[in-house]
Every structure is written in C-alpha cells, then in structure tokens.
Design a protein around this ligand. Structure first.
Ligand code: BGC
Length: 766
C-alpha cells in the first residue's frame, strides 16, 4: 500500500514523492474518456521507473502468440490495445539542466485525481543539481465532452533565481509495449509535420493498419502576457516538437497550454484524419483551457448526479466506491457497440484491453443501473456482431451446425487466449453471455432486443450446449466433460456444477423465448422461422438435455458439489495457509494448486448468485458456509459475489469484510500488482456488493425490490438507480429508508417484502 495516499471523499491524493510507488500511482491516477486513456505518466522527462501507457479504444495489434507447446485450435495472435503515440510530453530545461524528478531533490510533491470534475492535477517543488528551485503545477484531462480532445496546462516558476527556461512540447511516436511477445514495434510513421503553432504526426499500426493522427497546438505565456507560439521546431523520425526559450525572472511563471486532437481511422476515413485533427486542435485552442475544463466538469456532474453512491460514516469506503465508479465511466461510456471493457481498461498492458466474460457477468448490471439503457444494449450488440466468429470458433473446435462458442478473450470476435484448459474448456463464458440477455431485458423491459438479435445468439448458444453435452449411460443423464469452471484452480474437470447449470438455464431460457415469440409475436415469428428458428427435433433434444442434466450434489452435507470428485480432496480451510504463501498463485507450484481444494473465485456461489430464487435460504446458507472457507479469492472478481450472497444471508460483517477486499483492492494494493494497472472489471463488482448486497436491490417480475442492511460502520447509504428508464434515489439508514422517485412515472417497489407504488416526484420514507 502507498502510505502517501490520502483519504478524501472526492479525490485521490498522493502527498510526497515515492519513486518506488510511481508505477502503482501511474495506474491509480490514470485518466480516460472511453475513447482514449492514459496512465498518469509525468509530462516532463522522467528517468526513474515508469510504465508509459497511452491507449486508444479499439486500436489493437495482433501480437503473434508465443506458447511453449502448440495445440491445434490455438489462436495465432493475442490482440492488444497497444501503447499509442504519446502527446503528453512537455520537457523542461532550466539553467541548462533537464527537470527530472528522479534526479532532482523533490521538496514537495502532490498528485491528485479529481474524481468529481474529471481531471488529473500535479504540483511539485524541486531543487535541481544546479541549485535552482522551481515550482510546477500541471492539470491534464482527456475530455469526455469532446472525446478526441486532450488538454494540458503546465506552469513553472523559478523560485530562487532568474533562469533561462527551455520548454519542449512533443508528440512522440517512438513507443513500444513492455509485453510485446517478440519485442516488435507496433507502429509505423505515415506523416509528420512541425510548425511553430502545432506538431502533427500520423502513424499506422502494423498488420491491422489502423491510422491515428495527433495534432498538438502549444502556446507559451509568461505571467499575464499574451501567449505566443513556439520559437522553434524539431522534426525527427517518429518525433515532432515545438520549443520555446524564455529568460524568466525569479518568481515569473511560464504557462504552457497544449491542445491536442486525436483522430483515428476507426471513426473517420483515413484521408480525413489529418485535416480533422488540425481543425479540432485549432477549435480546442480557440475555446481555451478554462472553458474546456468547465465542460468537462459539467459532463462529470451529470454522471455523478445519476450514478453517485454516498456512504456516510466511512470516508475510506466512500472514496473507494467513487474511485470505482469514476474509473468505470472513464473506461467505457457506451457510445460505440464495437468497443468493450478490458479488465485493466486504459491503465496498463495486462490482459491487452481485450474482452472477457467479466463484461457480461460483472459489468453489465452496473451500466444497466447507472446509465441509459443504450449503453448496456451496446454491450450486447458487441457480442451479437461477433456471432458469426463465435460460430466459426466452435466449428474450428469440432462443434458445427451453427453452434457458437464465444472466445474467452477477444477483440474482434476471434479467440485470443491460448491455454488449452481455458481456451477450449472454460466454456461457461457462453452462459454469462446468455444470462446478460436475460438481465438486460429483465432490467429495461426492452424485449425488442430479443427479437432483433438476442434470440439468434441464444439459439446458437443452445446449439453449442446441446452438442457439447453427452449422454452418460453410467449416470443415465447428460453430462458435460472436460471443462474449467470459474475456479481456474481446477482444470479439465467433469460436470462443473456451475457450467452444467448455465447450460441448462440457457437451453430453458431459449425454449421459453421461442414459445413466447410463437405466441405473442406472430409476425416476427414468421420472419424468424424462415431465418433462425430451430426445428422441433432440435428443441426436443434441448428439452431432454435440460430435464436430464446431471448435477453433482452431496446429499449428506446438503450442498452442490463444484465438480465430480471435488469432495475427494483434503478439505482444508484457507486459514490453514501460511499467510506468507498468499496469494498461493505466486508461491505454490501449479501442480500443488490443482491438487488442493482451494478455490480461486466464486464458482458454485456464482451460480447461486445468478439464480438465488431457485434455492431456499437454507440451501444457500449451507453452500456459502461450505465454500467461503475454501475460497482464496485470488481473482479480483470473487469477493464481491461472495459479499452479495453474504448480505443476502444476513452475514453483514462477513459481507463488509469481503466488500472491503474488493472496494480498496487497487487503492490499498492488496494483491501487490496495481503497478500493472487497475482491476476495472472487478470495480463493477464493488458496486454490486453495495447496491445488490447492502442495498438488497433486485429486479424481478417488473418490480424493483429493496432490502437494505447496512454494515455497522456506515451511518447511511444512498445510491441512484435506473429502472425502466426511471431514475430513483434510495437512501437508507439503520432506522429508515427513503425512496425518491425522480422520474415522471410511478415505480412499483417491493420494500422488505411489502409492495408500494412510488408516485412521480414522491419521496417515500419507510
Ligand atoms: C479470472 C477470470 C477473469 C480474468 C480477467 C482471471 O484471473 O479468473 O475469471 O475473466 O481474470 O479478469
């Protein structure tokens, strides 16, 4: 944990410079706007430890796969959202010496992520080797109001003597990825130009051919004087800059403003990128820093008005949930159905910015409740667009006939993962994709998606399950063999309870919707019948499998068994693990992990979480009591799901303990890996632990259910909810809950088992 981080409800603040924590801070203080994002690297030169990272959503490179032992069916490449040309550089020379926080004596340092208003701020005072003391302040943001804009204001003041200051503002295309499999450079330069008013560079990714154009206008001003353009330019291969010299008197302040436009061929024809970037950067510079920042603040105000979670009595929990919400909206804003949410967002290289089941299983409900329904719908459309590739993927693996297996990891629909036990076996991801369709329709009431894509996906998924399951004469039931469940600490198991459950549920849900469409949507049915509807033989087989699937259970213990044979293991509890050996995945051999009973992440409990209404409370309790002590939660996705289940069971202090593990995972760096980037997808889990867990929020039968139970440490909790496009604020204390209907339609609510209709504008206290 970084001892320099301070608790503040609306800001993340780092006070004092700790070079050892720099990479970690670069992750934590990252900024983004859904279109682009960056780690909080310094603008000026820094020779200390840093991971430079600047990413553009959807701009990826197919890095050639590197594996020890090739298996047929492995993908050729791993898609990476790559480090893109950097526009943040502003290097400073004072009295002939380069300002470099690694070489100067740092007298004071402050870094601040303003979550309320959406910008990054930094100030420092240093004594340079030449004895000069300078003070600097930097504000930087990528605009959510103008997604192609990045803006920096950098001010420098010499404090103890007059000095010649040289400032150089650059665009640098000489960037690489630390995780490149073959140390390749991913970018080629297409064109560059440098003028006193602006620098421009256009680059293209190798292989994928994406074009990116960056135009950066820089102005230089001393105190209140008129800003001027640069006095000189530099123009080398993959590097363009503008520089400016100024004799500053002690106490004078030099202000550099940099207005950057980033345009890409993902959004515009390649031949227009140059002029668009130049025009935009001009427009941004004309508007000016303050106005642009004001629009950024307004954008974030609206986000917070509709999604804030307020916790009274626990400032560190308050800071944590805002940190999670802030980063989620920085990563994805739902504008573009071609984009998705990488587990690390724009904050690091790990996981390559690709899409995992995390989106459907964890992140979707966050956006359903906090944003317009089009945002969640775009996440569904992302998978719908990839359906042909998912069908191809299944057929490469030998399962044809229109069956779809979505990739474990993907950018454009093609599989990128290459560990056989996950790529070929962690097939439960198909279940989450089906469940997301249900969740979307249940939450929004928008059945049109089922008719215009959802059913087609469900049919292809059901085809997969029906062909992947096999009939066991021994068990006289259908079985699913050779899988990996969510618990990746067991591979190639038979009858993972969760996977079998998701298969059966998908088959049933598909059948149910086929029937509903046949009955209620006669016109659509006619059309769909000609195109995608399965025949009676096929649906009869689906019904048969759904009715006769085998599920491992232990009748004596009254629990569902994670997979065949799980109970043969020595059933140790996690408190027997030497704390020095945690996390076990960094200390134990893989073989030891596989043989142990320890569970990486929610598995049976993930299924119970999805379908809690199918089980009585005692069954849920028995399963929780059994599985929680064996679960090491070494996936950041795990504690939140256990926390929701614990809240539901009334285990509030356990729920709170689990909540803390997810909420401050990155801020407190529990897994000692925040330097690699933030756990963006698990941040949505934190929100689930609060809203579904402590708030007891559910949506069932077209009603909003609430059943709040607060952790002892909290005086009150309030959160915003979108339900059927109505905006509702729920505020709860130990004594009372107030439901405020901010919409113009009545909202049906079931509060602690009793039904109410909350009128438009009504604030009902219960
Ligand atoms: C988890 C997966 C998850 C992936 C990306 C892994 O550690 O086990 O469930 O999809 O991380 O977040």
């Amino acid at each position: 944990m970084n001892p320099n981080l301070r608790v503040d409800e609306w800001k993340i603040t780092e006070e004092g410079f700790n070079p050892e924590m720099n990479r970690a801070s670069e992750s934590i203080f990252s900024i983004g706007n859904g279109y682009m994002g960056q780690r909080a690297n310094f603008e000026e030169h820094y020779s200390g430890d840093t991971l430079r990272g600047s990413y553009l959503a959807g701009i990826y490179y197919p890095d050639k796969t590197r594996v020890g032992w090739w298996k047929n069916g492995y993908p050729e490449y791993f898609a990476k959202v790559i480090n893109s040309p950097s526009w943040t550089g502003i290097s400073i020379r004072a009295g002939g010496e380069e300002v470099d926080l690694s070489k100067c004596e740092v007298l004071s340092f402050r870094r601040e992520l303003n979550m309320k208003e959406g910008y990054l701020y930094r100030s420092f005072r240093v004594r340079m080797v030449n004895g000069l003391e300078i003070e600097a302040e930097v504000t930087r943001f990528v605009s959510s109001a103008d997604r192609e804009a990045g803006v920096i204001r950098y001010t420098i003041t010499p404090l103890n003597s007059d000095t010649l200051l040289t400032v150089e503002s650059s665009v640098d295309g000489d960037v690489y990825n630390e995780d490149a499999n073959y140390n390749e450079y991913f970018w080629e330069e297409v064109h560059r130009e440098s003028k006193p008013a602006y620098s421009f560079m256009e680059t293209a990714t190798r292989k994928t051919g994406f074009r990116v154009a960056i135009a950066a206008r820089s102005t230089f001003r001393v105190n209140d004087r008129k800003p001027v353009e640069g006095e000189g330019i530099r123009n080398y291969e993959k590097y363009v800059s503008i520089y400016h010299n100024e004799d500053l008197k002690k106490g004078d302040t030099m202000v550099i403003e940099k207005y950057v436009a980033v345009t890409t061929s993902l959004n515009h024809p390649a031949k227009t990128l140059h002029s668009r970037a130049l025009d935009l950067s001009k427009k941004f510079a004309a508007e000016g820093f303050d106005k642009m920042l004001n629009r950024q603040k307004e954008w974030w105000k609206k986000i917070w008005d509709e999604s804030d979670v307020v916790i009274e009595g626990d400032p560190s929990a308050q800071q944590a949930i805002r940190f999670n919400i802030f980063h989620l909206f920085q990563t994805y804003d739902g504008h573009d159905e071609r984009l998705n949410i990488g587990p690390k967002g724009f904050t690091g290289e790990k996981y390559g910015g690709s899409t995992y089941w995390d989106t459907e299983a964890f992140v979707l409900p966050f956006y359903l409740s906090t944003a317009d329904s089009s945002v969640a719908r775009n996440l569904l459309l992302y998978r719908y667009r990839h359906l042909p590739k998912a069908i191809e993927n299944a057929s490469i693996l030998g399962i044809g006939g229109g069956a779809a297996l979505y990739p474990m990891v993907t950018m454009n629909g093609e599989e990128c993962h290459n560990e056989w036990e996950i790529t070929f076996e962690e097939i439960h991801r198909n279940g989450a994709i089906a469940y997301a369709i249900y969740r979307y329709i249940n939450h929004t009431g928008d059945y049109s998606y089922m008719l215009s894509g959802g059913l087609e996906v469900l049919i292809a998924l059901s085809r997969y399950w029906s062909r992947r399951a096999s009939f066991s004469h021994q068990k006289n039931s259908w079985v699913i063999l050779g899988v990996t469940g969510p618990n990746e600490y067991e591979n190639n198991v038979n009858n993972n309870w969760y996977t079998n459950l998701m298969a059966v549920w998908t088959l049933r849900y598909t059948l149910e919707n086929i029937e509903r469409i046949r009955k209620d949507y006669i016109e659509e049915d006619k059309q769909l019948s000609g195109e995608i509807m399965p025949g009676n033989d096929e649906t009869a087989l689906w019904r048969e499998i759904a009715e006769n699937m085998y599920f491992p259970v232990d009748k004596k213990r009254g629990i569902f068994v994670q997979q065949d044979g799980y109970l043969d293991k020595e059933l140790l509890t996690t408190d027997t693990i030497n704390p020095d050996e945690r996390p076990i995945n960094q200390h134990w051999s893989w073989d030891r992990i596989l043989r142990s009973c320890f569970i990486k992440q929610a598995d049976v409990l993930q299924g119970i979480y999805f379908f809690e209404d199918d089980y009585d409370r005692e069954t849920i309790k028995r399963n929780f009591d059994f599985y929680e002590p064996h679960t090491v939660h070494e996936s950041s996705l795990s504690p939140s799901i256990h926390s929701v289940v614990a809240s539901m069971l009334g285990y509030t202090s356990k729920a709170y303990e689990l909540y803390l593990r997810t909420a401050r995972l990155d801020l407190d760096d529990y897994n000692r890996e925040v330097r690699e980037g933030l756990h963006i997808t698990s941040m949505a889990g934190t929100w689930l632990a609060i809203v579904e867990g402590f708030g007891g929020m559910r949506i069932k039968n077209d009603r909003l259910f609430l059943n709040p139970v607060l952790p002892e440490a909290w005086k009150s909790l309030s959160f915003m909810m979108r339900f059927r496009n109505n905006l509702i604020r729920i505020s709860t204390t130990m004594e009372e809950t107030t439901i405020f209907n901010l919409s113009d339609r009545p909202v049906p609510v079931t509060f602690k088992g009793k039904e109410y209709l909350i009128k438009p504008g009504e604030k009902k206290s219960l």
